[in-house]
Design a protein around this ligand. Structure first.
Ligand code: G6P
Length: 607
């Protein structure tokens, strides 16, 4: 939700700000803007629309700035429609800010400031912060920031410039992420490190309540009482090249192709002597035996990984698993106890609801384990135990490789819980791990021939609505397939437990309505085939995704996509790839902006 950048150094900063903002566009892309300090004046250029169409077009019509200090923002609108006036930076001639988050008490602040004579121009909550800073400013930026953040409630990461301090940028945050990048004779701020990889790999993590004052010489940190703080320097593990398209038409396609490697990188370090091993985070067999329930809590695709996790942990380890959508879990007073394990799944490690769910679980005293992709993210830091998925930077808004490795992790966890609880022998566990290790090769085989997915997409591209059906793990997987398709193709779709279809939803079937069936679970095959026939006889166009050694006749499906076989339990890791590719090519054929679908943002840091 919104990306923030800032630069102060020796170079003209306009291009640096715009290029860094582009790397953060996945966080929001309703509008964008920059503010720089030049000749003692804060100069702002901002525009509704994507950076390329709005901000860059406006900048092209403006004399290039020579300024060496500035801030920038790319927005996912919460308060006020995406318009030039509601875009950030927001401020006046003395102070300008960029904000990621939500100011919850902005109405109260607005009436206070209106009484003091301030006139508001935008519909944003952010403008109250800009005006509050101006109100408190008496020549000392840190003092004004300390006073302002004492008054504001909500979540915020703020980048701030003051006209009277033209070589400085200031930053402060609560709950929304912000890092300070360390260059040679230049310093940066950014919502996350992908924005800065081109310039530096060294950074500080700003913590809630800390104020950063940056100049080209370096940075100082203090708390809101002015006490100085010493902080540790971190080094990013991702490379600049990983955050580039690398010749692919879209990040999504590139990220789909990166899945074999991502799986290898994620599982290999956790396999010792052929068995899953969680020593790195201190999760012992004794602990795994002691939990009464395991919770998987997450949002979006990460939650779907939890659904797969439920099927396999319950199936193999016979341990009760509860999967919860984070935004529901946090408000439903869950029956959580201190002898439960709460597994928090998140690519970004910053999703607001997921983070709040983690805080709740920590408060109850449950053990918390974060499965997170972004190193040093809030969720990674706040959980009692953390295991990183090594997917590398995921830029496309629609998650593919991050979901894949979250799933791969679910398998390692399920195998270890089952082993620890005596539900499978070491030998059985080794066999399962060996099948998991074969997954990258099977994905590579799928990726070697993309034609079937283009063909399937051509059958879907004109549909208004479609269904995904499956049973057991195929149903769990279909949820993700359906989400992928709707988020990037804008075609309405639902995933349905195949056996449940005839209890109402089958009435939606009409001539040529596409139904995508997933039939990788051999025990359930005959049952799902019956359901496929039921929809096909009612006019549906059935596309079936099934292992290559299973034969599906023409009475059951119109178009069959064969994929490499594996043990049934492992099949979701193989079968998800065709579903991703079908969604991808459908969106491409419909001419959509695949990597930045409308209305969405990748990192959802508001409720
Ligand atoms: C957004 C993204 C999804 C993601 C979800 C959870 O909705 O578009 O792809 O699955 O947030 O994000 P997280 O970073 O917590 O995995």
């Amino acid at each position: 939700m919104c990306g923030i950048v800032g630069y102060t150094g020796k170079k003209a900063c306009e291009d640096i700000l715009v290029s860094s903002l582009k790397k953060l566009e996945y966080r929001g892309y309703d509008s964008a803007g920059i503010a720089v300090i030049e000749d003692g004046i804060i100069r702002t250029v901002k525009a509704a629309g994507r950076i390329k169409d709005g901000l860059e077009a406006k900048l092209a019509d403006t004399e290039p700035f020579k300024a060496v200090t500035g801030i920038g923002h790319t927005r996912w609108a919460t308060h006020g429609e995406p318009s030039d006036i509601n875009s950030h930076p927001i401020g006046n001639s003395r102070v300008s800010i960029v904000h990621n988050g939500i100011i919850e008490n902005y109405r109260k602040l607005k009436s206070f400031l209106t009484e003091k004579g301030y006139v508001f121009e935008s519909e944003t909550d952010t403008e109250t912060v800009a005006k509050l800073l101006d109100f408190y400013y008496n020549g000392d930026p840190v003092d004004a920031i300390s006073k302002a953040v004492t008054d504001i409630e909500g979540a915020y990461a703020l980048g701030i410039v003051f006209r009277d301090h033209p070589d400085m940028i200031y930053a402060v945050r609560k709950d929304s992420p912000l890092i300070v990048g360390i260059g040679e004779g230049e310093m940066f701020i950014a919502s996350d490190m992908t924005a800065l990889l081109e310039y530096t790999k060294k950074y500080y993590l700003l913590e809630t309540g800390e104020i950063a004052s940056l100049s080209k010489e370096g940075v100082t940190f203090c708390d809101i009482h002015g006490n100085s703080i010493t902080k540790e320097v971190h080094t990013a593990t991702w490379d600049f090249s990983e955050a580039q398209k690398g010749g692919y038409e879209h990040f999504m396609l590139k990220e789909i192709h990166e899945q074999p490697d991502a799986v290898r990188k994620t599982i290999s370090p956790r396999i010792k002597d052929g068995l899953p091993c969680f020593e790195e985070c201190g999760l012992t067999d004794e602990m795994l035996r002691s939990y009464h329930h395991i919770y998987f809590i997450a949002c979006g695709s990460a939650m779907h990984a939890g659904v797969v996790g439920k099927y396999i942990v319950e199936g193999l380890a016979r341990t009760p698993v509860i999967v919860d959508i984070a935004s529901e879990f946090r408000y439903r007073n869950p029956l959580l106890a201190s002898d439960d394990l709460v597994v928090i799944i998140s690519q970004s490690g910053e999703t607001a609801d997921t983070k709040a769910a983690l805080e709740l679980a920590n408060k109850v005293g449950a053990d918390t384990l974060a499965i997170v992709n972004v190193v040093g993210s809030s969720i990674a830091r706040e959980a009692k135990m953390v295991m990183y998925t090594y997917a590398g930077p995921e830029i496309s808004v629609a998650s593919t490789k991050a979901y894949m490795v979250q799933n791969a992790f679910m398998y390692l966890l399920a195998f270890r819980v089952a082993l620890a609880r005596g539900r499978i022998s070491e030998e059985e566990c080794r066999k399962l791990v060996a099948s998991l290790e074969e997954i990258p090769g099977k994905i590579e085989r799928i990726l070697s021939d993309l034609d079937p997915y283009r063909k399937a997409a051509s059958k879907l591209m004109s549909a208004n609505s479609l269904l995904y059906i499956g049973r057991g793990l195929d149903y769990a997987l279909s949820m993700e397939g359906s989400l992928k398709l709707k988020e990037i193709s804008y075609i309405h779709s639902e995933s349905y437990a195949a056996g449940e279809l005839k209890h109402g939803t089958i009435s939606l079937i009409e001539k040529n309505m596409p139904v995508i069936a997933v039939t990788t679970q051999r025990e359930l095959l005959a049952k799902t085939i019956s359901n496929m026939r039921e929809v096909k006889t009612r006019g549906a166009y059935v596309i079936d995704v099934c292992p290559e050694d299973v034969s599906i006749d023409a009475e059951s499906a119109d178009f069959v996509i064969n994929i490499p076989s594996a043990d049934d339990i492992i099949m979701p890791l193989v079968a998800v790839v065709p579903l991703q590719l079908i969604a991808y090519y459908t969106a491409v054929l419909r001419g959509n902006d695949v990597d930045k679908p409308r209305n969405l943002a990748k990192s959802v840091t508001v409720e």
